[in-house]
Design a protein. Structure first.
Length: 295
């Protein structure tokens, strides 16, 4: 029996079928860190809240989120730099206007800017194809104007898609997506008449879904990262793999969570050259050099 909703985005290629190669530093495991740097429209649209049910004007949750762009993101960027990690910034382009010093700090640290909407109060859900195409294109245009290059990567606000999102992204010049985790390898997705590369995205190694969504402690999140890294490092002895960690300025930037995250980063750093600390752009470039490296 055929499924009611057939998967028309990617085929089935099990982990036992792979192309063998090594990442540029000779490692089998590549790792990247996403840092959400976001902006929210006060008291409208979707929001990430610490305390539910606070009535408008909601200064409590707003101040918690604002902490990320005033304090947390600076400390996270600097802490990642201590371990040689240049973050992939999931960027709401409104931050260019609301926190320009933070963007300058991320840029100086070698961060890669990933398209992540105008603000995080928006969602692609429900957008008509033309509206969506214009929206993702406007994000790319703003990043190109500010950074001097068009973004290669996209991550959807709230991880929301429409039936035409992948085609809209390709039409705007995006080459890789950071939203899905169907594999521990990059995977080619159909995007209209073209295709786009999905890099493994930390849906659970993600402080939003895990710490806020599931009430995991800072120590829980630390050990999730450590255990995932050790397992992925062992599995990568057989083939090249990709691991990602997703953190947000106002969540992992809180001091008690930053301390726990630092211990996890110290563990990763202890592997030395056995792991390639890369950006999504660098990982995608290796696959694009030989597209057969991704199923």
């Amino acid at each position: 029996m055929k499924p009611a909703f057939p998967n028309d985005r990617y085929g089935y290629v099990p982990i036992t079928r792979f192309t063998d190669f090594r990442w540029p530093n000779g490692a089998r495991l590549a790792l990247f860190v996403c840092l959400g740097i976001e902006d929210y429209t006060p008291d409208s649209g979707q929001t990430e809240n610490l305390i539910a049910g606070t009535p408008a004007p909601d200064w409590v949750n707003r101040s918690w989120r604002d902490y990320g762009n005033r304090v947390g993101a600076f400390r996270l960027i600097d802490r990642l730099a201590e371990f040689g990690i240049r973050p992939a910034v999931l960027l709401n382009t409104a931050v260019y206007d609301t926190a320009p010093d933070l963007i300058a700090h991320a840029r100086a640290a070698g961060a890669e800017m990933i398209g992540h909407g105008l603000t995080n109060s928006h969602s692609l859900a429900g957008m008509a194809p033309a509206e969506e195409a214009a929206y993702v294109g406007a994000v790319a245009d703003r990043i190109e104007a500010e950074e001097g290059r068009r973004p290669g990567g996209w991550s959807s606000m709230w991880l929301a898609h429409t039936p035409t999102t992948l085609a809209s992204l390709r039409g705007a010049g995006y080459r890789y997506l950071l939203d899905l985790h169907l594999d521990d390898r990059p995977v080619w997705l159909k995007a209209g008449d073209d295709r786009i590369l999905a890099l493994p995205y930390g849906l659970e190694l993600n402080d939003s879904s895990t710490v806020i969504g599931r009430n995991a402690s800072a120590a829980d999140f630390e050990w999730m990262i450590v255990d995932a890294f050790d397992e992925m490092r062992a599995a990568s002895a057989q083939q090249p793999l990709v691991m990602s960690i997703v953190i947000h300025s106002f969540i992992s930037g809180q001091p008690f969570r930053l301390r726990a995250l630092t211990r996890a980063l110290e563990h990763i750093a202890g592997a030395g050259d056995a792991v390639w600390l890369a950006t999504p752009a660098e990982i995608a470039a290796v696959i694009e050099e030989d597209p057969r490296r991704a199923p």
